[in-house]
Design a protein. Structure first.
Length: 458
């Protein structure tokens, strides 16, 4: 990556100038000049983290989708900075959520969570393992700093109460614990109910995306006496592919991964977009727009009906389509509107950014692998070169690993190793390891050195 490029490139046509006019805005800009760690207790921002599920890089119209529109998500993105080199730490749900929650590579301390946590046999027990409460999370560290925390949506880091959100720093939880749920019956892949309020099963009538939105709107609109952190983890557009008007959700035995169509997917995305719009409207109505850092992204690349273009392949793989995602940071008056950044970003950075904005200190015994993205979003720092790493024990074509540095990407699937120039070849079609053996050797060696620091592959 070229280090002399500007991190933020302003675009025309976005109504951001008036945000910087007047004494109130001047006060906000003066505060922005101060490090997050010096913010006083009563001036710290609220934190809203919106995570879509299996949302491909090009599944919102701001990132290229053309067969439907996502005006509310587009508006959120246009009001802040979009990142074009954003990655997830894995190509599947569970390990990516480990990375975000801990701010560390999932291979450091969660060897049993490096693949998606399943439901177990249909008539059997759900898994009895999960993310250990002894591991600090973004929520537990924000709680120590005085934040009130809520998780609304998907958890997927443990079914048992001892591994649940309330044991990891969240004061409230409403959502599902498994990898996905029927949008109407709210049952998991084993056909058993999987909707919870705290640690108690919850019975609700309604389309799941709408239920999560309503809960988030209510939470944002409360009279909070402390700064809050809301993690809103939608399960859309993850399968089962059911739009709000579908009826087969009344049959809990239908296959989670069958059916669907581009038209159904579009309806699921419209519901997600409507939900994001309602939450952002509630934030504005509560007068908290300028007091809230908003992050929007996805947990991994898209699947069957997603548009991951121009990247290759999809979820479950370490090709770009499985790990490249949209990412936007918005903080009115503190982050420029209508801007973009090509800084490399990865799941652990989202948690590091939230902690930095809150002035919270990471646990010294568990140093973060992530970096604060706010200086890059504000244009205070130019893109910094870094090397990112991936490892998954199995995938559609066997065990896989990858590394990215600058324009180069190392990819190994089984015993097959490749080197790609992503600037010239975003579709990862031309293997260059024979033409550039030195680059290939350097990236492979860097991955091996990183891997030696991680827990053993399960």
């Amino acid at each position: 990556m070229k280090t002399d490029e500007r991190s933020v490139n302003r675009t025309n046509g976005h109504p951001s100038r008036r945000e910087f006019i007047g004494s109130a805005a001047a006060a906000v800009l003066a505060l922005a000049a101060s490090p997050a760690s010096t913010l006083s207790q009563d001036r710290r921002p609220n934190l809203l983290f919106i995570l879509a599920d299996d949302l491909g890089y090009g599944d919102v119209s701001a990132y290229g989708r053309s067969d439907y529109k996502t005006p509310n998500i587009d508006h959120l993105i246009a009001g802040g900075v979009r990142f074009t080199n954003a990655y997830t730490a894995a190509s599947t749900c569970t390990p990516t959520r480990v990375a975000f929650m801990t701010g560390r590579y999932p291979q450091r301390s969660a060897p049993n969570l490096q693949m998606p946590m399943g439901w177990g046999p249909p008539a059997g027990e759900r898994p009895k393992y999960g993310l250990s409460p002894s591991i600090p999370t973004v929520a537990s560290q924000l709680k120590k700093a005085g934040y009130r925390n809520a998780l609304i949506g998907k958890w997927h880091l443990g079914f048992l109460p001892e591994f649940g959100p309330l044991r990891h720093g969240f004061d409230e939880f409403f959502g599902i614990k498994g990898g996905g749920a029927d949008y109407f019956t709210h049952t998991g892949g084993d056909g058993r109910p999987d909707l919870w309020e705290g640690e108690v099963p919850a019975e609700r009538i309604g389309y799941l995306t709408d239920l999560l939105t309503a809960k988030a709107v209510e939470y944002v609109g409360r009279a909070h006496t402390r700064p809050f952190y809301l993690s809103l983890h939608y399960n859309a557009p993850h399968w089962p592919w059911e739009g709000p008007a579908d009826t087969h959700g009344a049959d809990p035995q239908h296959s989670f991964r069958d059916g669907g169509s581009p038209a159904v997917f579009a309806e699921m995305m419209r519901s997600l977009d409507d939900g994001v719009g309602k939450v952002m409207t509630a934030l504005n109505r509560a007068g908290r727009d300028r007091d809230t850092l908003v992050i929007f992204t996805s947990d991994n690349g898209g699947e069957r009906y997603s548009n991951n273009s121009p990247w290759a392949n999809r979820k479950f793989t370490l090709w770009e389509g499985g790990i490249r995602v949209p990412l936007a940071l918005r903080w009115t008056g503190r982050i420029p509107a209508g801007a973009s950044s090509n800084q490399f970003a990865i799941s652990m950075d989202w948690s590091a950014t939230l902690l930095a904005a809150a002035g919270a200190t990471a646990d010294a015994a568990h140093p973060l692998d992530g970096v604060d993205l706010l200086p890059f979003a504000r244009g205070e720092r130019t893109p910094t070169e870094r090397t990112l790493f991936w490892r998954q024990p199995q995938g559609e074509s066997g065990a896989a690993s990858a590394a990215r540095r600058g324009k180069w990407k190392y990819l190994r699937i089984g015993a097959d190793e490749k080197l790609f120039d992503l600037e010239a070849d975003p579709g990862e079609k031309v293997d260059l390891k024979e033409r550039f053996p030195e680059v290939f050797g350097q990236l492979r060696g860097a991955w091996q050195a990183w891997n030696a620091q991680m827990v053993a592959m399960p």
